[in-house]
Design a protein around this ligand. Structure first.
Ligand code: DC
Length: 222
């Protein structure tokens, strides 16, 4: 079974996906981490962010893999071409570079192949922007998870603080979220949008537990 969760930056997709996976005994696929890994590698190699061919080449030539810790937390580790990039893909530099990288059709095409390869291996909670519309249009459960921009900025701020990353102000985070919403929803290829048959879950005034229960109930009914 595939549970697809799409939604804007900071809607809580990763946290929710992880808890659902734990509850149902599924694996998780964080497709945003895949775009971030390509963006990180492009920055590393000095590839221009508008060089669509070179970006696509990175995505074709480098396999992205995930591993999970064996303990209760099941923390995710991300690798590109065998190199671990778990923390370096969460910097403000990568935050900024990932929009143009994810708008490149060559990158999306190559990552679509990698995402389907991983997701075909079992029961997955897959989170991203175009999972229910493009990557797994036949997913048994489709959810569009959102929250207000301010609430998402508050959550990202708390997440950054927990990681010891305190250089960005609330206003900077909010501006980045609004900029990314705009970029993600207006790009030509696979823009962020709710699939017609997806269930809308607005988590602005919901607890994490309520969101997890709502989606697990949908999975149990499917
Ligand atoms: O979820 P995230 O913030 O880690 O995603 C990083 C970027 O990748 C975000 O700007 C949108 C893009 N993305 C995408 O275009 N398609 C996906 N399926 C997942 C993420």
């Amino acid at each position: 079974m595939i549970i697809g969760i799409d939604g804007p930056a900071g809607a809580g997709k990763s946290t929710i996906a992880k808890l659902i996976a734990k509850e149902l005994g599924f694996s998780c696929l964080d497709t945003g981490a895949m775009y971030r890994s390509i963006a990180w590698k492009a920055l590393q190699e000095g590839v221009a962010l508008d060089d669509v061919d070179a970006l696509g080449k990175i995505a074709v030539e480098n396999e992205i893999e995930f591993t999970f810790d064996d303990d209760a937390d099941r923390a995710q580790h991300v690798f590109i071409g065998g190199q671990e990039v778990t923390t370096v893909i969460r910097t403000p530099e990568v935050d900024k570079a990932v929009s143009p990288v994810s708008a490149a059709p060559s990158v999306r095409e190559a990552l679509l192949v990698q995402q389907r390869r991983i997701g075909s291996k079992g029961n997955y909670v897959v989170e991203g922007r175009d999972i229910c519309t493009t990557v797994f249009p036949n997913a048994e459960v489709k959810v569009f998870l959102t929250a207000s921009a301010e609430e998402r900025a508050r959550r990202r701020m708390a997440q950054n603080e927990a990681r010891g990353m305190t250089d960005e102000t609330f206003e900077e985070i909010l501006a980045d979220i609004i900029r990314r919403d705009e970029a993600d929803s207006t790009r030509a290829v696979s823009p962020l949008r709710q699939a017609e048959d997806a269930t809308l879950v607005d988590s602005s005034d919901m607890t994490i537990e309520e969101v997890v229960k709502t989606i697990c109930d949908l999975a149990r009914q499917a």
